[in-house]
Structure formats: C-alpha cells, structure tokens
Design a protein around this ligand. Sequence first.
Ligand SMILES: NC(=O)c1ccc[n+]([C@@H]2O[C@H](COP(=O)([O-])OP(=O)(O)OC[C@H]3O[C@@H](n4cnc5c(N)ncnc54)[C@H](O)[C@@H]3O)[C@@H](O)[C@H]2O)c1
Length: 383
Amino acid sequence: MSKKEIRIGLIGYGFMGRTHSNAYSQLTHFFDTQHVPVRQAVCGRDEEKVKAFAEKWGYASYETDWRELVKREDIDAIDICTPNDSHAEIALECIKHGKMILCEKPLALNGEQGEQMVKAVEASGLPNLVWYNYRFLPAVTLAKNIVDAGELGRVFHYRANFLQDWTISQDLPQGGAGLWRLDAAAAGSGVTGDLLAHCIDTARWINGDIVQVSAMTETFIKERVHTATGEKQAVTIDDACAFLARFENGSLAIFESTRYARGHKALYTFEINGEKKSLAWDLHDLNRLSYFDHGVPGDRRSWGSIHCSDGDHPYAGNWWVPGLCLGYEHSFIHELYEFFRSLDDPSAKKAYPDFRHALGTQYVCDAVLESAKTGQWVDVKKA
Ligand SMILES: NC(=O)c1ccc[n+]([C@@H]2O[C@H](COP(=O)([O-])OP(=O)(O)OC[C@H]3O[C@@H](n4cnc5c(N)ncnc54)[C@H](O)[C@@H]3O)[C@@H](O)[C@H]2O)c1
C-alpha cells in the first residue's frame, strides 16, 4: 500500500524547531505508519537563517511570513514552534485554511485564548496535537500503564519538581530572541506556563484531573532591561512557583518550579505514592522508572528501578537492542508516531494530548496564577 504523505510546514526554527525537525526526519526509520511526514517548508523571519535551516534539515522550501505558509495549497499540517503569544493567532488561521495543527505547549497565553482554539478546531474536525512530549518517554508511559492497571491501589500523593537556575543573574535582560520567556507579554507567565505546565500535563495524564489548587509565586528580580526598549522595566513573570493541589481521585499533590535553584539545569522529577506501590522518575536518568513494591516479602522490600529499554517497554522495541539508552529527542519522535498512527486509524482512541487536553492543563495554570495573586484556594475549571 502506498504511503499517504502529510506535508509539514514548520513555523519557528529555534530549540523546538530543531527537536521537531529531528523527529520528522527519524520517524519513518523506526516506526511504520501509513501516513508519513514530508518536510515541505519551514518559516522564519530572517531569510538567510531560514534558508540555511531548510538546507540543513531537509525542508524543500522556506517562507519568511507565516501567513503565506499557512495559505499554501501544498501544506497539509502546520507545526507551531514560536513563542506562546503567537500560538492562538497562528492556530486560528490554520483552521481557516483547513490545516492540521501540531502546536507547542503551552496551548495559549491563558484559558480564554485556549477555549477559542478548542472551539474552532473541534468545529473543524481537523487533527490537532500539543507537544507535551515527556509523556512519551518509555519510563513515563510505563508509569502511566502501571497506574492504569490499578497496581498502585489507592493513590495518596503526587509530587513533582521542575528546577532550573539560568535566570539568577540580575544582568540578564528580558524579551527578544532567546529571552522571550522572561517577558510576560510573549510568554504569558514564567515557570508556571513554561515548566509546571509539563509537570501538570504528566500528572493529569497519569493521575486524573486536578480540581483545586493553592499557590505562591515570587519574582525575585523585580526589574530587568527590556531588549526592545533598552529601558529597565518591571518583570511580570513568576520566577518561582510552588503549589498544593487536590486531584479528583482524592489524592494530594505538591508541585514546585523555579529558575533560581542554583546547580539545577532541567531537573524534572515526579513521584507517586499508592497504597501498594510507589513510582518515581527523574529526567536526568530518563530511561529508569524507580518503584517500590509493598507486595513482596518484607525482608525483600526495597526501592528498585526498571531500565525501560527492553522490547516489552513502551516504544523501546522499535529502537536498538535491549539495555541501550534513549534520550530526550525520542519523546518527540514517539509523540509524532502516536499522531501519525491516529491518522491511519481515526476511530482509535487518541494516545496524545490534543487541544482539549492541553486546555485542561491551561486551566490548572490559570488557577495557580490566580491563587498566587489572591492567596486563596481556587477551583480548577474542567476542560
Ligand atoms: N515541549 C517542550 O519540551 C518545549 C521545550 C521548549 C520550548 N517549548 C515551547 O516551544 C515554543 C518555542 O520555544 P523555543 O524554545 O523553540 O523558542 P526559541 O526562541 O528557541 O524559538 C522560537 C522561534 O520562533 C521564531 N519566531 C518568533 N516569532 C515568529 C514569527 N512571527 N514568525 C516566524 N517565526 C517566529 C523565532 O525566530 C525562533 O526561531 C514555545 O511555545 C515554548 O513554550 C516546548
């Protein structure tokens, strides 16, 4: 049977533009799907740079205006890899032009924008995905499978951290290329939408909906020079955020994220404690899922770890021989595989986060920011 080509138009060639381009180029070498991606065009505002990117990553053409790309008849799907303030505008334009959408996280700047995106994409029936990629690491998917099988029994606790240290310097400006994350106008929020959104997505996927939160945030450095004006301006993002949460299933959670944890570059960890078993995962040892099984005889009980590299483990059988390691980049390839698999069989249950799933995460982020402002517990809207 001949393959059905899905011609991709990628917008933004920064960090995520590269991880996604790598995924498009690797997917068909390791996974078999009837629908396959074709790197048709990439879009960036700097012609020289976008041309060089197209050549390096094998895109057949390039554009310097995303609106032109979205209009093109020879593009089937748009991949949005631009800063957060452009996701909604680009996605809504894609829907007008009948393009499938693969959108980077967070879905939007806030829930209100996200709702417009969900409404429009669901009315159009167009396939849509949000890149909450950590779900697709073998050890994280295995954690989900173990919880879904009921092996933990009743779940009591969920805790997650995402720690970095790259904004400690007072001299770092806000805004512009590479630093848009420090500018609330472009990012929407600080660590909440950037880092905690990942933790929240994984938590909701594994342990169900979060119904209530109580948060605190801090902006440690109050003013930074803005690259656009050269002037010192107030910093309006959250530099750090910690919040307590209640899940629908009655379990309790604690989440923390900061860009001021000296020594930590990207430490994403989570742990789940159930009646019968506990599970823990650490991005720095991403192939392993740690677990404690209370069901074994008392004198053998201990924390152990599963190296998720065997043929039995999610996605691992498509790669090398058992015992070898996968990395960060594989999470994107696996998410893409799930998307293309769903195009092959639209009647099957979707195994990846779509706009509506991502709206649920956006609602938690909104509730967290509201709680930090008011000092009150806040109920989370249901997506
Ligand atoms: N899934 C993940 O793990 C993950 C990790 C990092 C970033 N992200 C998300 O990906 C998105 C991009 O982040 P990044 O780290 O790649 O940022 P980046 O700054 O490295 O890249 C952004 C790109 O967008 C381009 N761009 C900006 N405005 C544009 C416009 N109007 N037209 C065309 N191109 C435009 C920039 O030139 C740049 O190439 C953000 O939404 C971010 O939250 C997700």
